[in-house]
Design a protein around this ligand. Structure first.
Ligand code: ATP
Length: 309
C-alpha cells in the first residue's frame, strides 16, 4: 500500500500542475479574447529566423467579413530595428499584432517573416519566436517570481531579478514583505496597472524572443518611470538587435523609432518614415504630433499607477 501511494501522490501532483497550467492557458486566451481556431498547415515547418524581417503583403482582414479593418495594407518591418505603429483608436493597430501572432488569419494577402508565409509555419515555432506585451497582461494566481519566470521557466532567480531591475520593478518587489514570493493574481495581492505592465515587460525580456511586440505597454506608468523604462527597453533591443514593434497612442513614447507606420481607416495614411521625416512632410503624422504637443500634460490621477480592483 505504501509503495503504491507514492506514485499515486506523485501522479496527483503532476495532474494538479498540469491542470493549473491548462487553466492558465485558458485564462490567457480568454483574457486576450483570441480565436483559438486558426488551423495549422498539415505540413507546417518550423520558422527559420534570419534576423526577423516582417512583410505585410496586400493584407485585408476583418473580424466580420462585411467589416474590413485592414484594407489591402502593405508594409515592411525591418529586421533588428524599432518600428512604431500609430493612428487613431480603432484603426487596427492591435489587429496587426494579433495577425502576426496568428490569433487570426488574413482574409486575403500574406504575412511573411524572413520570407516565410506565417500560414506555412508551425504555430508553436511562430509563437516561440515572438514576445508580446499586450495592453492588459494576464497574471497568474502565483508568486511574482513565477509570473516573471513564465517567460522562461528554467531561468535562475538571479536572471529573474536582473530582468526585474531592467523593468524598473525590482525595488518595489524587494520592498514587499515576501519579496519575489508574494502571491499575485485573483487570490493574491492587489497590484497596480503600472506594476502589472512592468512585470509583463520583465517576463518578455526574460523570454528574449527574436521579435518583440509592445501594445501600449507602458500606458499606465507615470511619465518619469515610462521614460526610464522605455530607454532601458530600447537599449536591450539595440544590444540584442531585436526586431520590435510598438503600438502607441502617445507619440512621445515612439518618436525615436527607426520607422513609424501611420494607419488610418484601415490603410496606410502615408509612406512610413522616421519622426523627423514625417514631421517635415507635414502630413497626417505631423498633424497628430502637433495636436499632441499642444495638449496639456495629463493630470496625475489619470497618469499614475492605477490600482486594479
Ligand atoms: P486602440 O488604439 O483603441 O487600441 P486599435 O487601433 O488597436 O485601437 P484594434 O484593436 O486593432 O484597434 O481594433 C480595430 C477594430 O476592430 C475596432 O473597431 C474594434 O472594435 C474591432 N475589433 C477588435 N477586436 C475585435 C474582435 N475580437 N471582434 C470584433 N471586432 C473587433
Amino acid at each position: 500500500v505504501f509503495q503504491l501511494s507514492v506514485p499515486l501522490n506523485f501522479l496527483g501532483s503532476v495532474y494538479r500542475e498540469l491542470r493549473q497550467s491548462l487553466i492558465d492557458m485558458e485564462t490567457l486566451f480568454n483574457l486576450q479574447k483570441v480565436n483559438v481556431n486558426v488551423q495549422e498547415a498539415p505540413n507546417a515547418q518550423p520558422l527559420v529566423l534570419k534576423g526577423g524581417h516582417i512583410k505585410f503583403e496586400n493584407v485585408t482582414f476583418g473580424y466580420h467579413p462585411d467589416r474590413p479593418i485592414l484594407k489591402n495594407v502593405s508594409f515592411e518591418i525591418p529586421a533588428g530595428k524599432k518600428t512604431a505603429i500609430v493612428g487613431p483608436s480603432g484603426c487596427g493597430k492591435s489587429t496587426i499584432l494579433r495577425l502576426l501572432f496568428r490569433f487570426y488569419d488574413t482574409t486575403s494577402g500574406r504575412i511573411l517573416i524572413d520570407n516565410q508565409d506565417i500560414r506555412t509555419i508551425s504555430i508553436s515555432s511562430l509563437r516561440h519566436a515572438i514576445g508580446v506585451v499586450p495592453q492588459d497582461t494576464p497574471l497568474f494566481n502565483n508568486t511574482i517570481s513565477h509570473n516573471i519566470r513564465y517567460g522562461r521557466i528554467d531561468a535562475t532567480q538571479e536572471e529573474v531579478e536582473a530582468v526585474a531591475r531592467r523593468a524598473k520593478i525590482h525595488e518595489i518587489i524587494a520592498g514587499m514583505p515576501k519579496g519575489y514570493e508574494t502571491m499575485v493574481g485573483e487570490r493574491g495581492m492587489m497590484i497596480s496597472g503600472g506594476e502589472k505592465q512592468r512585470l509583463a515587460i520583465a517576463r518578455v525580456v526574460l523570454k528574449d524572443p527574436e521579435l518583440l511586440f509592445f501594445d501600449e505597454a507602458t500606458s499606465a506608468l507615470d511619465t518619469h518611470t515610462e521614460q526610464a523604462l522605455l530607454s532601458n527597453i530600447s537599449s536591450i533591443l539595440k544590444e540584442k538587435q531585436r526586431t520590435s514593434v510598438f503600438v502607441a497612442h502617445r507619440l512621445r513614447t515612439i518618436f525615436d523609432a527607426d520607422q513609424i507606420i501611420v494607419l488610418k481607416d484601415g490603410q496606410l495614411a502615408e509612406e512610413p518614415g522616421t519622426h523627423e521625416q514625417l514631421v517635415n512632410r507635414d502630413g497626417v503624422y505631423a498633424t497628430l504630433w502637433a495636436a499632441q504637443e499642444t495638449m496639456p500634460e495629463k493630470v496625475d490621477e489619470e497618469e499614475g499607477d492605477v490600482v486594479e480592483e
